[in-house]
Design a protein around this ligand. Structure first.
Ligand code: SF4
Ligand code: SF4
Length: 360
């Protein structure tokens, strides 16, 4: 990860881009919008222009705003440029200079008001009717805003499995901060990070288990970066946690055929490809999509694009659905944001933990 610095400090990273244009083939947004400014190369050139003191134009703001931070460019860049991380740095610098779209400001307004990115004022743990707070726990499940408020049945399915192994819930979990970090709103994100770290440390938890891809990469990569006094816990993806416990769970077979969608921030960002597939293969037949693992197309939901450029987000999701075999019963994924975006584009999705829960 590139550390937090002012943008000109990133010049060595920016100069890694030799403008070969290879990323133009891989960037899903460039494939859709066609403009050079919406390829990774174009975005890095815009960042270079900002470093040279050029005032941001509308087209430049659109260039940064339309990046889904999928990491396809970084995965395939022959010279090691990390355009997705540079875009996040540019967004943060622009927010500091007063450039923040109304759609992205809505995210921080909602979080500051309700503690969640969806602007919901209901209880976050409403999906656990028998919730009893605990004073301490070795392992906790971080459910995330999307599961708590949009997929409470998924949160309940996941917790139902995890509680068999003594996993607890945080008494006052708030948004992990991912949507704010990805859109450059670092100061507000840091408040959330501080709060959640206090919650985790307050229970003495040594392990945090996460399903959502955005929450996972944020807790895994960013919490350490922004923690005032370090962190005292490890972060594991729910698929990695469960795959080692499948024998204990003894799931039965389901008469289903399922594809698997690799979320960018679990797959390309962290190399978690096998654990989710082993869970699916244990309970039903897995038929792979086209473009899998490090080559998997983005669902289109990340990087603040779903809220600010919904048409683009849906176009990317529809393209991802074309990769799915026609005769599968479901596309499984562990990330609720991928699930939501693919479902909104017409896909029949199921959360990986709900699939497993149906087999218990
Ligand atoms: S980001 Fe990498 S792949 Fe894209 S133009 Fe620059 S050097 Fe080439
Ligand atoms: S992260 Fe994805 S959307 Fe952004 S520039 Fe790279 S390939 Fe394009």
């Amino acid at each position: 990860m590139i550390a937090q610095m002012v943008m000109t400090d990133y010049l060595p990273h920016i100069l890694k881009c030799v403008r070969c244009g290879k990323c133009r083939i891989y960037c899903p947004v460039h494939e859709e919008l066609k403009w050079e400014s919406t390829s990774a190369r174009g975005r890095v050139l815009c960042i270079r222009a900002l470093c040279d003191g050029i005032k941001p134009t509308e087209r430049m703001l659109q260039s940064f705003g339309t990046c889904v931070t999928c990491g396809m460019c970084t995965e395939n860049c022959p010279s090691g440029a990390k355009a997705d991380e540079l875009v996040e740095v540019a967004r943060a610098e622009l927010v500091d200079s007063g450039y923040l779209s109304k759609e992205h400001r809505l995210l921080s307004d909602r979080v500051n008001e309700c503690g969640n990115v969806l602007g919901e004022d209901g209880e976050r743990l409403n999906w656990v009717p028998d919730y009893t707070p605990v004073d301490s726990a070795d392992e906790v499940f971080f459910a995330g805003c999307m599961e708590c408020y949009r997929f409470p049945e998924t949160a309940a399915d996941t917790y139902e499995i995890l509680r068999r192994f003594g996993v607890a819930l945080l008494p006052d979990e708030r948004c992990c901060g991912s949507p704010l970090l990805r859109t450059g709103q670092i100061a507000d994100a840091k408040k959330l990070i501080k709060h959640n770290i206090e919650q985790i440390h307050g229970l003495g938890a040594r392990k945090v288990i996460v399903g959502c891809a955005g929450c996972y990469t944020t807790l895994k990569n960013d919490y350490l970066k922004y923690a005032d006094d370090g962190i005292d816990f490890e972060v594991v993806h729910v698929s990695e946690y469960i795959v080692d416990r499948l024998d204990e769970l003894e799931p039965h077979r389901l008469d289903l055929t399922v594809s698997y969608h690799d979320p960018c921030h679990i797959g390309r960002s962290h190399g978690i490809y096998e654990a989710p597939r082993r869970i699916i293969e244990r309970v039903c037949e897995l038929v792979e999509m086209e473009h899998i693992k490090s080559d998997a197309r983005c669902c289109g939901g990340g990087g603040g694009v779903r809220i600010a450029y919904n048409d683009l987000s849906m176009a990317l999701a529809r393209k991802r659905l074309h990769d799915s075999p026609e005769d599968v019963d479901y596309i499984a994924t562990p990330c609720p944001l991928c699930e939501r975006n693919l479902r909104d584009a017409g896909g029949k999705t199921i959360n990986l933990m709900t699939l497993l829960r149906n087999a218990l």
